[in-house]
Design a protein around this ligand. Structure first.
Ligand SMILES: [Zn+2]
Length: 213
C-alpha cells in the first residue's frame, strides 16, 4: 500500500498503520479486493456528522479525507475504519469513479450496500446518519425511489441536482436521500433472499432492480 498524496502530512501519517490494518481486515472479508491499493489523502468531502469522508476513486485508489480538527483520535479512528470499509466495499463491487456510467438507481443500491456493510463490520455511526432510512415514512422513501429511477446516467446530472439528492436538499432540509433509499432497498433485498451483505458484492445489482418491477 502506497500513500500517494497528503493534505496534512504529519497528521495523516499517524493513521497509516491503522489504514493498513483495516485493509488487511476488510480483504479477509472481501477476498476479491486487490492485494495492493493506494491511498490519496484529500481535503474535501468529510461526511456531515463524521470526522472522515472517502471516495473509491478507481479500482486501485481510495481517497480519504480526515478532519484535522478533532483531538479525540480514537473517535477519528472509528469513523476512519467505517469510511474505509465503505470505500473498500465499493471497490469490491467495482463501483468506482473510473467505472460506470451508472444509473442513479444503481448508485443508490451501491451506496446502500456499502452503508450496510460498514454497519455490519465496523462500529459505524451511519445508522444515525446516512443509513437512517427508518426516520422517514415508507411513502417518502417510495417517492425518492421514483425520482431516482428517472435518472438513467448519474454522470449527466448537474452538480447541484446530484448534491441535493445525494447529500443535502435545501428545499426540504433532508440529507442523504440517495443513501437512505439505497439502504432501505438493499436491506429488504438481503433479508428477503437471506444474503450476507459481504456476498452481495458478487451479485449484479440488476437482480435487485428487476425485483422492484
Ligand atoms: Zn459510498
Amino acid at each position: 500500500m502506497k500513500f500517494i498524496n497528503y493534505i496534512n502530512e504529519s497528521y495523516e501519517r499517524q493513521f497509516e498503520s491503522d489504514i493498513k490494518q483495516y485493509y488487511k481486515e476488510v480483504r479477509m472479508i472481501l477476498p476479491v479486493l486487490p492485494k495492493n491499493i493506494d491511498i490519496y489523502f484529500k481535503s474535501n468531502g468529510i461526511a456531515h456528522g463524521m470526522n472522515t469522508g472517502g471516495y473509491a476513486y478507481s479500482p486501485k485508489i481510495i481517497s480519504i479525507a480526515i478532519s484535522p480538527n478533532n483531538t479525540d483520535i480514537n473517535s477519528v479512528r472509528k469513523d476512519l475504519k467505517a469510511t474505509f470499509f465503505h470505500e473498500a466495499y465499493h471497490i469490491a463491487h467495482n463501483y468506482t469513479g473510473a467505472t460506470g456510467p451508472f444509473s442513479l438507481l444503481e448508485c443508490a443500491i451501491q451506496e446502500g450496500a456499502a452503508t450496510i456493510f460498514e454497519q455490519e463490520y465496523t462500529d459505524s455511526k451511519s445508522k444515525d446518519l446516512y443509513g437512517n432510512f427508518g426516520q422517514h415514512p415508507t411513502s417518502l422513501l417510495k417517492e425518492w425511489l421514483e425520482q431516482i429511477k428517472t435518472i438513467k446516467n448519474a454522470k449527466q446530472m448537474s452538480t447541484k441536482d446530484n448534491n441535493s439528492i445525494t447529500f443535502y436538499d435545501e428545499t426540504d432540509n433532508i440529507r442523504w436521500k440517495l443513501y437512505k433509499t439505497g439502504t432501505w432497498l438493499v436491506n429488504q433485498y438481503i433479508s428477503k433472499n437471506n444474503i450476507d451483505i459481504k456476498d452481495f458484492t458478487n451479485k449484479d445489482v440488476r437482480l435487485l432492480i428487476n425485483s422492484l418491477k
